[in-house]
Write a protein that binds this ligand. Structure first.
Ligand code: NAP
Length: 322
């Protein structure tokens, strides 16, 4: 019986592997627009797809990002400045792309740009902290997608959205998980809406990887900045040891927990863009596959218990007298 089940499982994986092998033809006439190419996954993907022969339109946040990328790519790659928070910037890039792609349309947009700070416990943050991140991680994704959707429909192309395991389970407080849950919801509704037009919408959900946004120094400076702005009453509730403990945990654990092999994620992004039969979702990294995703299916009380055990304990508060 067990052998029979094992055989079925092996057959399924073999069938899936063969089905997912073929790549789309005629890469040299397919344009792929990627956001956030200055560093991290976006940068690697731009270089990788350029090598594969795709026509890459790599948008960068900084001039330096554009210059560095140009130096390491072929003459086919186009770089452009993009701030996903700005309507004008998004529209300007969309107009340039419309001009370039003509009647062929745009093969794919990869919504990769994102930020990880400000982040912290919910009661350390203001609504402006939330808005500043949602503006990039969520509204930016929607705005860029809508700006080129008619071109993608023309090509019967793809939208690839960079979410996270933090869009499947609320790992931390603050706007990051809110933004990634939002990306998942946008991704799913767009997938259903676009299916009749032959447009594929694909979601990438990585675990923790070593990029600029998971840099312990960036995260700790962010915690310090938020702590300094807190009212004394909130600082007292957390206790004087909380911040140093939090910063120590971040400095000691993050470097061991993040995966340095960014190609694991980039290969999934590549498959989403280039495979004839891409998957609907890619969960990338051992932590995503074997910890965060299973956790997301557990009953709330079990998930909460596990996540709270991973958090730094807050000293017990004496309840206020009624
Ligand atoms: N690293 C992880 O563990 C992890 C896990 C799951 C999901 N992700 C997601 O993966 C995506 C890429 O992040 P990454 O890890 O590769 O980090 P990263 O190296 O910091 O890349 C983020 C990119 O977005 C750009 N960017 C920031 N604000 C922007 C704006 N307003 N407009 C346009 N571009 C902007 C950044 O430019 P600058 O470098 O110039 O600021 C950078 O190029 C993000 O969506 C992130 O949420 C990351």
């Amino acid at each position: 019986m067990y052998l029979y089940l094992l055989g079925l499982l092996l057959f399924y994986y073999l069938y899936r592997w063969i089905r997912e092998l073929p790549r789309v033809p005629d890469k040299g006439s397919k344009y792929v627009y990627i956001t956030g190419c200055d560093s991290g996954f976006g940068n690697l993907l731009a270089r990788h797809l350029d090598k594969q022969g795709f026509r890459v339109i790599a948008s960068c946040f900084t001039e330096k990002g554009e210059e560095d990328l140009k130096k390491s790519c072929s003459g086919n790659l186009i770089t452009t400045h993009l701030d996903v928070r700005s309507k004008e910037s998004v529209a300007k890039v969309a107009a340039m792309i419309k001009d370039k792609v003509g009647q062929r349309g745009l093969w794919a947009v990869v919504n990769n740009a994102g930020v990880s700070v400000p982040s912290g416990p919910c009661d350390w943050l203001t609504i402006d902290d939330y808005k500043s991140m949602l503006e990039v991680n969520l509204n930016g994704v929607i705005s860029v997608t809508l700006s080129v959707l008619p071109l993608i429909k023309k090509a019967r192309g793809r939208v690839v959205n960079m979410a996270s395991v933090a869009g499947r389970v609320s790992i931390s407080g603050g706007p990051y998980c809110v933004s990634k849950f939002g990306v998942e919801a946008f991704n799913d509704s767009l997938r259903l809406n676009m299916a009749p037009f032959g447009v594929k919408v694909i979601c990438i959900e990585p675990g923790y990887f070593k990029t600029n946004m998971s840099d312990p120094e960036l995260l700790n400076n962010n915690f310090k900045r938020l702590w300094e702005k807190l009212p004394q009453e909130v600082k007292d509730q957390y206790g004087p040891d909380y911040l140093p403990k939090l910063m120590k945990v971040i400095s000691c654990t993050i470097p061991h927990k993040v995966d340095g092999d960014l190609m694991k994620v980039v290969s999934c992004m590549d498959h989403a863009v280039a495979a004839v039969q891409p998957r609907t979702r890619y969960s990338t990294g051992w932590d995503a596959k074997f910890f965060w995703l299973p956790l997301s299916y557990m009953p709330t009380c079990v998930g909460d218990h596990i996540i709270r055990r991973m958090a730094i304990p807050i000293p017990k508060q004496v309840p206020p007298s009624l």
